[in-house]
Design a protein around this ligand. Structure first.
Ligand code: APR
Length: 276
C-alpha cells in the first residue's frame, strides 16, 4: 500500500526508456505502431494527470520556471494547514483568485481526446492531481480526484461540506463555518502534510494495479503518493507512456516519452489510433 500523505520526493530508480519522441510546434507527431497497438489492445487504461494537463486551458502549473505558481509563491505560506491557521484571510483570498480562473476555464482538445479514448477501450480511469474538475467538465466518466476540488469548501474543523449559498451570504474572509463555533471555510483541497480523502488512494491504487496501459501526463512526478502510481502500474505489467515537454524522474521508467503538450500529443494519438 502506498502512503496516503501528500509530500515532495526526490530521486528516482533507474531504468532505460525505450523510445523518446520530441514534438516541435510544427511537427505532426508520427507515433510508433507498437504504442498504438498496445493501446488499442488494452483492457484498462489509467491516465494520471498533473497541472500540465490544465496548462492549455489557461490554468497555471506549480513548478514550471517563471509561470509556475511555486515560482512566485511559497507553498508553505499557502498550501499547508499551518499557513491557514496562521493567515486564514491570506490563504482564502489566494484560493478565491484561483477559483475565478478555474470557473472561466474550458477543457481543451486533450481532455476531449481522453473522453473519446474512454469510448474506445473497455475501461478507462482518470486519476488526477488537478483540483479544477476539467476532466469532468469535458465528459470523462470515471475521475478520481486525488487532491480534492477547488470549487468546493469545507469547515476547517469538521471537514463538513459548506455550500455556495452560505458562502455567498458571508462578508467574512474566510467565511465562518455553519458547523462549528470556531470553524472557518477552507477550500476542499489537499495541502502538503495532509492525508488524501478517504477511499481515494485505495481507488487510485486499484486502478494502477489493474490497468494494462498507463499514461502519465503533465506532472513533474515529484509529489507523493501520486508519483508512485505509474511505477505501481509498471510493476504490475502495464505499458507506460509519459506526455510532458520536459524530462521528469519518471521518464527513465517509461516505455515511451512523448515530449510535447498534452493537447497535441493526445490529439495525435487519437487520430492515429482511429487510422489503424
Ligand atoms: N502539456 C503537458 N505537460 C505540461 C504542459 C503541457 N501543455 N505544460 C507544462 N507541462 C508539464 C511541466 O513540464 C511539468 O512537468 O507539467 C508539469 C507540471 O508540474 P507541476 O506544476 O509540478 O504540477 P504537478 O506535478 O501536477 O504538481 C503536483 O503539487 O503543488 C502540488 O497539489 C499540487 O497537485 C499539485 C502537485
Amino acid at each position: 500500500m502506498l502512503g496516503n500523505r501528500v509530500e515532495y520526493t526526490q530521486g528516482s530508480r533507474f531504468a532505460i526508456p525505450q523510445e523518446t519522441f520530441s514534438m516541435k510546434p510544427s511537427d505532426s507527431l508520427c507515433l510508433p505502431g507498437s504504442l498504438l497497438k498496445r493501446l488499442q489492445g488494452s483492457d484498462h487504461v489509467m491516465v494520471l494527470t498533473g497541472a500540465g494537463m490544465s496548462a492549455e486551458s489557461g490554468i497555471a502549473t506549480f513548478r514550471d520556471a517563471q509561470t509556475g505558481l511555486w515560482a512566485k509563491f511559497r507553498p508553505e505560506d499557502l498550501a499547508t494547514p499551518q499557513a491557514f491557521a496562521a493567515h486564514p484571510a491570506r490563504v482564502w483570498s489566494w484560493y478565491e483568485a484561483r477559483r475565478e480562473k478555474v470557473r472561466d476555464a474550458e477543457p481543451h482538445a486533450g481532455h476531449f481526446a481522453l473522453v473519446e479514448l474512454e469510448s474506445m477501450v473497455p475501461r478507462l480511469s482518470v486519476v488526477t492531481q488537478n483540483v479544477d474538475a476539467l476532466h469532468q467538465k469535458s465528459g470523462s466518466g470515471n475521475v478520481i480526484e486525488l487532491h480534492g476540488n477547488i470549487m468546493r469548501s469545507i469547515c476547517h474543523l469538521t471537514s463538513r461540506a459548506i455550500d455556495g449559498e452560505w458562502l455567498a451570504k458571508s462578508n467574512d474572509c474566510p467565511p465562518r463555518s455553519p458547523w462549528a463555533q470556531d470553524g472557518l471555510a477552507r477550500p476542499d483541497v489537499v495541502w502538503f502534510g495532509e492525508p488524501l480523502p478517504a477511499g481515494v488512494m485505495e481507488a487510485a491504487t486499484k486502478a494502477a494495479v489493474m490497468c494494462d496501459f498507463c499514461f502519465s501526463i503533465g506532472t513533474t512526478s515529484t509529489v507523493q503518493p501520486a508519483a508512485s502510481l505509474p511505477l505501481l502500474a509498471l510493476e504490475n505489467g502495464a505499458s507506460l507512456v509519459e506526455i510532458n515537454p520536459q524530462e521528469t524522474p519518471l521518464s527513465l521508467h517509461a516505455d515511451y516519452c512523448l515530449r510535447g503538450s498534452a493537447a497535441r500529443a493526445l490529439t495525435a494519438i487519437m487520430q492515429q489510433l482511429k487510422n489503424l
